[in-house]
Design a protein around this ligand. Sequence first.
Ligand code: NDP
Length: 327
Amino acid sequence: MFRAVMLEREGDEVRSSIRDLVDEDLPAGDVLIDVEYSTVNYKDGLAYAGAPGVVREYPIVPGVDLAGTVNQSVDPRLAPGMRVVVNGCRMGEQHWGGHAERARVPAGWVVPLPESIDTRTAMVVGTAGLTSMLCVLALERQGVTPDDGPVVVTGASGGVGSVAVSLLARRGFVVEAVTGRTEEEPYLRGIGASAIVDRAELSGKVRPLAKERWAGGIDAVGSTILANVLSQIRYGGAVAACGLAQGMDLPTTVAPFILRGVTLVGVESVETPLDRRIAAWDRLATDLDREQLASMATEVPLSDLPAVAARILDGKVRGRVVVDVTA
Ligand code: NDP
C-alpha cells in the first residue's frame, strides 16, 4: 500500500484527496519508482485548480516532477536502487505523476541522477530549474556571454526565475532581476542578482525600440513585460522565453528582430528529448550553487499540497517548493 494524492472531477469542480493505493492501481509502464520527493510547479497549481487544458482525464495523480529510486525496471539502463528523476513528459496532465509514494512510467522518461545530485536537490531544481538550465543553454547557443553586458530575468522570485538568476550569476553574468515583489531584494541579491528592477517599470506602454539595456534575458512571464524586455535588448542579443505568468499575449513589433537582430528563442521542457535532458542535468550538476539553491527551497508534506498549489497561482510562492511525499 502507498499514499497518493488523487484529483477527481465532480461536475465543474476538481477535488483532491489522499488515497491508499496498491501497485496494480498504477498505469502500465517499464519502471516502478519509489518516489522520495516531488515539487509544486505553476502547472501543478493549474491542475489542482481544475484549469482547462491541463489535465486530460480524471482521476489522476498530479505532480509534473518526481525523484526517487528504481524499485523494478524492464530497462537494463535503470537498475533497482538507482537514483532517478522524471520531469514533465505530461506527468500530472495525461499520466499519473509525482504526488505519490510510488509511480510507474516509461523508461524513456527516466534520467539517472548525476552522482552529486540527491533526490531532494533534484526536486529543488524540478521542472522549473530544468527549464532555467535549458534557457541558459539556449542563450549560450545564441552566443550570449558575460562580456556582452548585463542580462535580465523576469518573474525572478518564482521557481524558474530564481534558478535562472542563480545559474546565470554562477556563469559570471551580471543579472538584473525583474520582480513585482521588491521586498524580496535581499533574497534575490542572495541568489546572485546584481540589480533589482521593479516589474512596474516594464508594465507600461510598449515602444517598438527603447534604449539598449541588456545583452540577453530569460523570461518566465510573457505578455507586456516580455515585449518591453525585447525592446531593450542590445544589438544581436537573445531572449529565451519559457513562461506566461503574466499572459500568453506578446504585444510587440518586429522592430527588435529586424532593426537590432534580436533573437527570441522558445524553450519547452515537457517534450524535451532524453539526450537533452541528460545533458541539462549534467550541467546542473556542475553549475548549481548548492547554498543558493538551498535558500530557495521550502519543504511541505503531501497534505499541504492543495493549499500550496493555490498559492503558486497567486504568485505568492517564493523560489521552489519541495514535497516530501513520505511525510
Ligand atoms: P512561479 O509562480 O514560481 O513563478 C512565476 C513568477 O512570475 C512569480 O513568482 C512572479 O515573480 C511572476 N509573476 C506572477 N504573476 C505575474 C504577473 N501577473 N505579471 C508579471 N509577473 C508575474 O512559477 P514557475 O517559476 O514554476 O513558472 C513560471 C512560468 O514558466 C509559468 O508560466 C510556467 O507555466 C512556465 N513554465 C514553462 C515551462 C516550459 O517548459 N516552457 C516549464 C516550467 C514552467 P515576481 O513576484 O518576482 O514578479
